[in-house]
Design a protein around this ligand. Structure first.
Ligand SMILES: [Zn+2]
Length: 130
């Protein structure tokens, strides 16, 4: 890898950091959906950023809905209730290191989602049987 490529990567990171900083200056606005995901705009309309955030399914338990809500708030604000903050890697990757017991963390969210999905399938199965 040449120095030019490294320079571009660093520039990419700086650009992302600047965009996120600008986005934090105005409250995020829900601007639409992509499939089941919410699309939020942050920052000025020209130089802002779009955040695509998974939305809780309609059948989510209160616990799962709260986990999705925490995830959304963390994504939009750049910091989570667990104390984690968004960081940008030198390669421009957005990284969140949530606490192990944080509901917004990937593994926890997935566990709750699978649990609720199984419970829902169980209800549907018993509904058909009766
Ligand atoms: Zn967290």
């Amino acid at each position: 890898m040449g120095a030019g490529r490294a320079h571009r990567r660093a520039g990419g990171r700086a650009r992302i950091v600047a965009m996120l900083r600008a986005a934090a200056m105005t409250p995020p606005r829900l601007v639409g959906w992509v499939g089941e995901d919410e699309v939020w705009a942050g920052g000025p309309s020209r130089d802002g950023v779009l955040f695509v955030v998974p939305a809780a399914p309609s059948w989510a338990s209160p616990e799962l809905a709260a986990a999705f809500d925490r995830r959304r708030r963390a994504t939009l604000a750049g910091h989570c209730d667990c104390g984690a903050s968004r960081t940008i890697s030198p390669h421009g990757e957005v990284i969140f290191r949530h606490e192990d017991d944080c509901a917004a963390q990937d593994a926890m969210l997935l566990r709750l989602l699978q649990r609720d999905a199984r419970a829902r399938q169980g209800q549907n199965a018993s509904g058909r049987a009766s």
